[in-house]
Write a protein that binds this ligand. Sequence first.
Ligand code: G6P
Length: 203
Amino acid sequence: LDGVLVYTDKFHYLAWKKMADRIGVPFDETINNRLRGVSRMDSLEIILERSTRKYTQEEKEDLAEEKNGYYKEFLKKMSPADVRPEIRGMLKELHKRGYQLAIGSSSKNTKFILAQTQLTDDFDAISDGTNITKSKPDPEVFLKAAEYLCLFPNECLVVEDAASGIEAAKAGGFCSAGIGDANSADADYRLEKLSEILTVVNQ
Ligand code: G6P
């Protein structure tokens, strides 16, 4: 979802930055790049590596909630226009060719983002931050997605923008395609544009 179908990276960055600035912890784009595909609480742990003080579990939960509040303000402004027409066309074409489509995302905001961008009906199953206990590179999120589709991992293609996602796909026995940052990762297919999936699935 994030970084593949919609570009929410910048919202995550701005929201974490606002929280980090408030508590005086240095945060920049380099740290932000480590957060791709990583759950909210695990992301917070990475950010707090630079903190000079320790936080209790309760304080950490409050910080994660604070960040999510800022993040959701950005998400509320998202609309169907945030999904490029060629991406919508590609999803429809994949369905036409008989493929099933599932979301495999660490985000607990997945359903909200899909609703805002009117993508919900383009997917047969959703596996997201609300049904997993382990973050990528653990394969849980994809194994659940395959299970919801009643498919074996070796019948699926995972499309990822995060290196940790490609690692998760491999660990779960899935074939993988990398885009963006994950284009240089250890993926079976490297995509310049998402619409190239249509060529990959025909092979
Ligand atoms: C995606 C993003 C991560 C984010 C995670 C949790 O995987 O790539 O940057 O931390 O979702 O998102 P959430 O919306 O639950 O805070």
